[in-house]
Design a protein around this ligand. Sequence first.
Ligand code: GRF
Length: 228
Amino acid sequence: MRLAVLVSGTGSILEAMLGGGLPVDLVGADRPCRGLGVAADAGIETVLVARCEWTMRGTGEDSVIDGHSAADHDSAAGGVSDLGRRRFDREGYSCELAAVLGGRGVDVVAMAGFGTVLDASFFEWGDGRYRGRVLNTHPSLLPAFPGWHAVRDALDAGAAESGCTVHVAIPEVDAGPVLAQRAVPVLAGDDETTLHERIKKAERELYPATIAAFLGEQRAGQERGGRM
Ligand code: GRF
């Protein structure tokens, strides 16, 4: 059973997975990012399926991308200057990514700071190969504070605690069966950076352990006569 991790950013959660001995077979990204370097340094196969190649000239009505403003996304993606005037072909991108992973024999996908919302076509690709087999970690105690600005939203709401949620991903954003959660306190004087780092510390422990358990269950299912 082959595991892929999807990243878009610093990849500190990926580093924790590798440090903890999780058997990561492939690391994929939607943009050039440090996470790809982390994987390469660890001798793991990497694949870049660049989302900027899946944009089309549009009317501008689709200029908000995955909950980021186009400007947020541009900076995160390394300055694609006119992305805000283009429409992202989410279905095409999702199919392509599924095909790339499927072509490399990936069975289970763990998103770790992956910045692209996957369309239903990802989960349904290859006769539903990835249905129920995509995991995500989110920096809040879902269902509280879904969305890209979960840490900021928790601070703005004056929450006394926040945390992280590991869940099975479905086409709806930050939804799907919860596998594990861990709370952390919001401390006086916290800003987005300090609170997010406290949450990430929890994610670096909880996510690898939850993925390992999930892989174990998948293998047991396979031995009982499942498809993998
Ligand atoms: C994590 O907080 C994850 O929940 C969120 O993005 C962050 C990824 O951190 N979706 P890193 O890139 O692994 O440091």
